[in-house]
Design a protein around this ligand. Structure first.
Ligand code: SAH
Length: 402
């Protein structure tokens, strides 16, 4: 039962590394406008500078504070001395030649690695951001979880992922709006965002800032494997983002097999939490459902799912499984997928099949990182070698064609 399980210890947090004099630097990329104003006030600078700095950091994606030329030289120097900006190194940048999806493998300042994926849709670009290094949810079909959880990401490390994509887009496609910027974010990369809720909420608030990336609340999605207490907490936040719940099964028997978290928060805890969230926020929920051949894709599963979700304002996103070599699970056939979607729709549950992007570049959660770590290619020596991918120009050509 839910209550008898010991709570997990909180994941290790990220802090900017202390400087030689022992002082903790200012985590500038993570500061909200009021905090930035307070910090500038402490330097005797006017408040309006806060918005300027936010625009340069978040929209223009500047990482070298000395390049913020709108600021007086003395302020730039002071910022550079006082603060720490976590600039990840791009270890790999892989573009799918067919659909233009770009997958980044990034090395963080403590040498941990995470993935970020940029996807091109008709409306513009959507960025899939990681919230943790690794994951401890243990989902049977997911590569992110294979090496376990290393630590939480800081909000500024999530902003840094956005900066990487934003910089590529600004440099390459400026003449092609809306394809010159990231216009949606899904926190669906590596990790369980609701285990790192404070940092994730800070990150989405920053991405929403009009002087920053200006991403509308509805275009900000956070995905969870179903952490009930955190769903309840999120419901109390006045932040009309989209919540996506990874359901993947219509009953506890199947869900227990696929997602160990279900033993902690089974469906009779999770579904009421989703209903409470819906009532509190009046927002339509998204349920993600990865279709796995013979495991959760039978017509009776579709019927059970429709019963489970009846009366809830929701949408089911059916995701073809991206097979992971270590897992003996196969994607559903096209036919089974289409039939599953049609059955749900017929029973009054809106469902769509997610377009599969980036299959040729290991775009499913954690695949590129896992494969790279397993092959031992990520080592110090990689720094001296050219990145095993595409030059920036080539990458952006590929996106434009996609
Ligand atoms: N931990 C969060 C967010 C990260 S995963 C969550 O579970 O929601 C984002 C989505 O990708 C989840 O729905 C996850 O179940 C799904 N996913 C993971 N591995 C996959 C794979 N191999 N193929 C297809 N979808 C996958």
């Amino acid at each position: 039962m839910v209550q008898t399980l010991r709570p997990l210890p909180p994941p290790r947090a990220w802090l900017p590394p202390p400087r030689p004099d022992g002082r903790v630097p200012v985590d500038l990329l993570a500061l909200l406008p009021e905090e930035m104003e307070a910090y500038l006030g402490s330097l005797g600078e006017p408040r309006y500078r806060a918005r300027q700095i936010i625009a340069w950091l978040h929209s223009r994606a500047v990482t070298d504070l000395r390049q913020i030329t709108v600021l007086p030289q003395s302020v730039r120097e002071r910022l550079a001395q006082d603060s720490f900006v976590p600039v990840p190194e791009i270890l790999r940048r892989q573009a799918d030649p067919v659909d233009g999806t770009v997958k980044y493998l990034l090395r963080l300042t403590d040498r941990e690695t995470v993935e970020t994926v940029l996807m091109r849709y008709r409306f513009g670009y959507s960025l899939c951001v990681s919230s943790q290094v690794g994951c401890r949810m243990g989902c049977r079909f997911c590569a992110s979880t294979i090496g376990g959880l290393r630590r939480n990401l800081g909000a500024s490390e999530m902003v840094a992922q956005l900066q990487v994509a934003q910089r590529d887009l600004r440099q390459g496609l400026r003449a092609d709006p809306p394809f010159d910027r990231v216009s949606r974010i899904v926190v669906m990369g590596m990790g369980e965002p609701l285990e790192n809720l404070d940092a994730v909420l800070r990150f989405v608030s920053l991405a929403h800032l009009p002087e920053g990336c200006s991403i509308g609340w509805r275009h900000l999605t956070v995905s969870t494997s179903g952490l009930v207490p955190a769903i309840d907490r999120l419901a109390q936040e006045k932040m009309p983002i989209t919540l996506a719940v990874s359901l993947h099964a219509p009953n506890d028997e199947v869900r227990d097999r696929l997602m160990p978290i279900n033993r902690r928060y089974p469906l009779d805890a999770l579904i009421p939490a989703c209903r409470r969230y819906q009532e509190a926020t009046r927002r339509r929920l998204t349920f993600e459902y990865v279709l796995i051949a013979g495991v959760n894709d039978l017509p009776e599963h579709a019927r059970e799912l429709a019963d489970l979700l009846r009366g809830m304002s929701c949408h089911v996103n059916l995701i073809p499984l991206n097979p992971v070599a270590e897992r003996a699970l196969l994607p559903s056939s096209r036919r089974a997928t289409a039939e599953f979607a049609a059955l749900l729709s017929r029973m009054g549950v809106p469902a769509t099949v997610r377009r599969q992007l980036g299959t040729s570049i290991d775009a499913a959660c954690g695949q590129l990182r896992h494969r790279t770590l397993a092959s031992g290619v990520v080592s110090d020596s990689l720094q001296e070698r050219p990145i095993g991918g595409i030059s920036s120009g080539g990458l952006l050509d590929t996106i434009q064609r996609g």
